[in-house]
Design a protein around this ligand. Structure first.
Ligand code: COA
Ligand code: AMP
Length: 632
């Protein structure tokens, strides 16, 4: 194996030789209102902009441009909703009209360039319409995942300070109706920022009560909106803010610019996914996550593909054949999802018997990301589908793949457990605790040399200081990804998991630090630790260990119920926090730091070394006793 004479190597070298030239050339693949002459520029120490002198409109690129170039009758978006038993198809021309009218309606509400609009919607076409309408008028959208509880929504409302919120009366989760409107009302009540209006999509499954003059009916205002034209925005103007879990209860508002993002989306569709205009791309995720932003909405549309918006689950809607049905029914050429989805399918249909009912010959490749792709799932999927299964690694902050098997230009042999090679633009280095580069196969912190390529976050919303302290402080000149991993002797990158207080539950990124803050707020709790333990379906699941305040003699079962309920009510059901164990003491270092890693290893039944810094090793035996008497 070797990459010395490969097209990948040539592409990567072309980037390394002159990154400005490389990206300015890639920038030619999108249609600018004003073409940029500048590649990267440093706005302040460590803070970079891409194409600062360029002007464009992302909605224009995603819609009008294709209509103007003869793709008006091609399908842009297919909405497939097994939970409502409906499907809707929109051509590029039809979607452009809907978006233009809704953008006009937003303008009628006084929403203008730079205003924020929070979007709290289930997986319905209006989610994409809302995002694109904001992009059209230069407003900045901030989509909040529907599985988050009111408190999480309120935090985001206060940070983004939206003029308007777009939402729906309800979401549908399998066979459950989730009333969104009461959650929204409660979040608006909790937030200190005052929202001007909400726009509510009334769903027939459960319409919501509306507050006159404040809650506006989506269909009504869209029908009365005048079609608006895409406005020119600066390349560096924010397109959206997407909040992601950090190490504390305050999520980080990842900012995405317009210009760098559009160039990265267009480039990655070809380079990472080998997609061309007219192809059908399906990212089975949710618009509330970065995968949904990049690969349900923006990248496929900017590329002139047909995108699928699926309101359903991999299983139970109605069965574990759901993904194969969607692929065959809509002629999907590339499918992208999280490994959890296939672990769920494998559990319900281990022999993939349901796959035999469908012709999936249209499908060229399956792409997986969002969490570690465990080798058993990789092997099962490859064997059952006989399709190339490709792992790639990225995060909300980067917006596209930091490392992938670059099938758009060259396909490398897969090494199970590796995301393959760094994408051009990402200078990945593994750094040890002394700040030195690791040797091949030596694990360390996975870092990316600055500047980050187009599409990555230029900063944290309203908080350059937090951007610097979260990402740039640990290793000067590098962006800290928060993942640990190594490069092997062939240059393959292996990501081994987070090195901070972030866990990955069913491909959803959650903060254990935030869960600890919630548990610690319970009147009976003196201190606590939350960490992720292995789960065969969801990858990781959070578990809490709590020490009670002196003198508290609670009903343990009742206390566990209360702790579970407070995480569920504060973060949301999506946190999957279902276990709390009461212990007498927590193991700590002599300086007082809780040894969470050791706790995790003990809970997972892994071998662990007693840390040399431990204050009192006897606590570990006590903990083992608690673990063996719990039913985990
Ligand atoms: N709105 C409201 N609630 C939601 C929600 C949403 N959009 N999404 C999930 N929830 C709720 C679920 O109903 C569930 O609630 P419950 O505890 O009352 O049953 C809880 O949050 C946990 O959801 P989830 O982790 O999705 O578990 P599940 O058992 O319903 O489904 C899988 C398991 C594996 C099928 C599901 O996690 C899945 O499809 N994963 C794919 C991952 C993915 O797409 N990740 C995106 C990143 S690429
Ligand atoms: P998110 O920002 O929600 O997309 O989560 C990003 C995090 O998910 C990364 O920092 C990794 O910890 C994890 N992740 C994403 N893709 C992969 C992958 N292919 N392999 C291992 N971990 C991954």
């Amino acid at each position: 194996m070797g990459i010395s004479n490969s097209s990948y190597k040539a592409e990567y070298q072309s980037f390394s030789k002159n990154q400005n030239e490389f990206w300015l050339e890639k920038a030619q693949d999108i249609s600018w209102f004003k073409k940029p002459a500048t590649g990267v520029s440093e706005r302040a120490p460590g803070l970079y902009d891409w194409f600062a002198d360029g002007e464009l409109n992302t909605c224009y690129l995603a819609l009008d441009h294709h209509v103007a170039n003869g793709r008006g009758d091609q399908l842009a978006l297919i909405y497939d909703s097994p939970v409502t038993g409906t499907q809707q198809k929109f051509t590029y021309a039809e979607l452009t009209t809907r978006v233009a009218k809704f953008a006009g309606a937003l303008e009628d509400l006084g929403v203008t360039k730079g205003d924020r609009v929070v979007i709290y919607l289930p997986m319905i076409p209006e989610a994409a319409v809302g995002m694109l309408a904001c992009a059209r008028i230069g407003a900045i959208h901030s989509v909040v995942f529907g599985g988050f509880a009111a408190h999480e929504l309120a935090i985001r409302i206060d940070d983004a300070q939206p003029k308007v919120i777009l939402s729906a009366s309800c979401g549908i989760e399998g066979d459950k109706l989730i009333p969104y409107k009461p959650l929204l009302d409660s979040a608006i009540g909790m937030a200190t920022h005052k929202v001007q209006n909400t726009v509510i999509l009334q769903r027939e499954q459960q319409p919501a009560d509306m507050q006159p003059d404040f809650d506006l009916d989506w269909h009504h205002i869209e029908a009365n909106g005048n079609e608006s034209l895409p406005v020119a925005v600066k390349s560096t103007d924010p397109l959206y803010v997407l909040y992601t879990s950090g190490t504390t209860g305050k999520p980080k508002g990842v900012v995405r610019d317009n210009g760098g993002h559009a160039v990265a989306m267009r480039y990655s569709m070809e380079y990472v996914y080998d997609m061309s205009p007219g192809d059908v791309f399906w990212a089975a995720s949710d618009v509330g996550w970065v995968v949904g932003h990049s690969y349900i909405v923006y990248a496929p549309l900017i590329t002139g593909c047909t995108t699928i918006l699926y309101e359903g689950k991999p299983i139970r809607t109605p069965d574990a054949g759901a993904f194969w049905r969607v692929v065959s029914e809509h002629g999907v050429n590339a499918l992208f999802t999280a490994p959890t989805a296939f672990r769920a399918i494998k559990k319900e249909d281990p022999h993939a018997a349901l796959l035999e009912q469908y012709d999936i010959s249209c499908l060229k490749r399956i792409f997986l990301a969002g969490e570690r792709l465990d080798p058993p799932t990789y092997h099962w999927l490859t064997e059952k589908t006989n399709k190339p299964v490709l792992d790639h690694w990225w995060q909300t902050e980067t917006g596209w793949a930091i490392a992938c098997n670059p099938v758009g230009i060259e396909t490398f042999p897969v090494k199970a457990g590796s995301a393959t090679f760094p994408s051009p633009g990402f200078q990945v280095e593994i750094i040890n605790t002394h700040g030195e580069q690791c040797q091949p196969n030596e694990q360390g912190a996975v870092c990316v040399k600055l500047p980050l390529p187009p599409g990555c976050l230029p900063t944290v919303w309203g908080d350059d200081k937090r951007f610097k302290s979260s990402y740039l402080k640990s290793y000067p000149g590098y962006y800290l990804t928060g993942d640990g991993g190594y490069l092997d002797e062939d240059g393959y990158l292996f990501i081994m998991g987070r090195t901070d207080d972030v866990i990955n539950v069913a491909g959803h990124r959650l903060s254990t630090g935030e869960m600890e803050e919630i548990l610690a707020a319970h009147p009976s709790v003196a201190e606590c630790a939350v960490f992720g333990i292995n789960d065969s379906l969801k990858g990781e699941l959070p578990v809490g260990m709590v020490v009670l305040k002196d003198g508290v003699e609670p009903d343990f079962e009742q206390l566990e119920k209360e702790l579970i309920a407070s995480v569920r009510n504060t973060i949301g059901a999506i946190a999957c926090f279902n276990r709390a164990i009461i212990v007498d003491r927590l193991p700590k270092t002599r300086s007082g730091k809780i040894l969470r890693r050791t706790l995790r290893q003990m809970m997972n039944g892994e071998t662990y070394q007693v840390p040399s810094t431990i204050d009192d090793p006897a606590i570990l035996d006590e903990i083992l006793g608690h673990i063996s008497s719990s039913d985990l």
